[in-house]
Design a protein around this ligand. Structure first.
Ligand code: ADP
Ligand code: MG
Length: 266
């Protein structure tokens, strides 16, 4: 069975896209068949996986697939092959998607779920990189996945981010009874943790550890940015020694997902 996970936080610059690409790389390294979906109209994941030129072209994208119910099945045509995983890139046409979903589309919160259900290929994992806001696109991603990974920065601002996510999840589960039972936060990914931590960082990590969620820490590493510039995850980037601890961190998250999949399948 396919496990779909939304990588989500309404704040920008906290590591959502970085987590999506490198967790995708870790799952691929573990032998899984993985699809990454760029649901952020800014197209950062599209860029970080080497599909920048598709972002600017006038071609069918998630936009048409989600907005036009007669074109849902075209989701199969917009999947791109990458050396590690498959990718559904974003397109600049998606800038208008948020507003279109609100004003012109029936069943607007379910459009992504309906489209993803049409995918012919049986992926092990689908990771959805979410936009940095509480929009209709995010609701679509949460209702599609029903499982969330929450990347956060180790600062006080993240307390509010976790509250916001819980509020959004409560709103969706109340609004769509029968269509969604529960949306679970599978884990908090504390991103860009510096090797030498100040007191604030330490306190924040303790705060996360006190939450009911599993907590993972990803170190701050230049190699993560370098891999991104090369359009691949750190698992594909040759700079082995410098990425060992970061690889271990993403691998640990992948193992948690595998455990979770085994429980769901049992
Ligand atoms: N662990 C990390 N080490 C080094 N740079 C990082 C790390 N995580 C994120 N970055 C960099 O920080 C910036 C923001 O991260 P990004 O994943 O795009 O955040 P978001 O998707 O939440 O907006 C990017 O330039 C990314 O390369
Ligand atoms: Mg992003």
């Amino acid at each position: 069975m396919t496990q779909t996970i939304a990588i989500s936080n309404q704040a920008g610059g906290v590591g959502k896209t970085t987590t999506t690409i490198n967790l995708g790389g870790a799952l691929a390294k573990h032998g899984h068949d993985v699809l990454l979906v760029d649901a952020d109209p800014q197209g950062t994941l599209t860029e970080g996986t080497g599909f920048r030129e598709l972002y600017d072209q006038k071609i069918p994208s998630l936009h048409q697939v989600m907005v036009d119910p007669t074109r849902t099945n075209e989701i199969n045509d917009i999947i791109q092959q990458h050396s590690e995983f498959d990718v559904i890139p974003a397109n600049k046409a998606m800038d208008a998607l948020k507003d279109m979903l609100v004003t012109q589309v029936a069943n607007s919160e379910m459009r992504l779920k309906i489209a993803i259900d049409e995918i012919d290929h049986g992926y092990d994992y689908i990771l959805i990189d979410c936009p940095p806001d509480l929009s209709q696109i995010l609701d679509n991603a949460l209702l599609t996945a029903e499982q969330v990974l929450l990347p956060v920065e180790p600062t006080r601002r993240s307390i509010r981010a976790i509250e916001k996510m819980n509020e959004e999840i409560a709103y969706l589960t109340n609004s769509f009874p029968g269509q969604v039972d529960a949306i679970d936060i599978l884990g908090i990914v504390v991103n860009s943790v510096e090797s030498v931590q100040n007191n604030d960082t330490k306190q924040m990590i303790e705060f996360f550890e006190d939450s009911p969620h599993e907590v993972f820490q990803v170190p701050e590493r230049v190699a993560i940015r370098r891999a991104w510039n090369n359009g691949v995850s750190i698992f594909e980037h040759e700079d082995d020694a410098k990425t060992e601890d970061a690889r271990a961190a993403y691998s640990e998250i992948a193992t948690m997902l595998e455990r979770h999949t085994a429980e769901v399948d049992a």
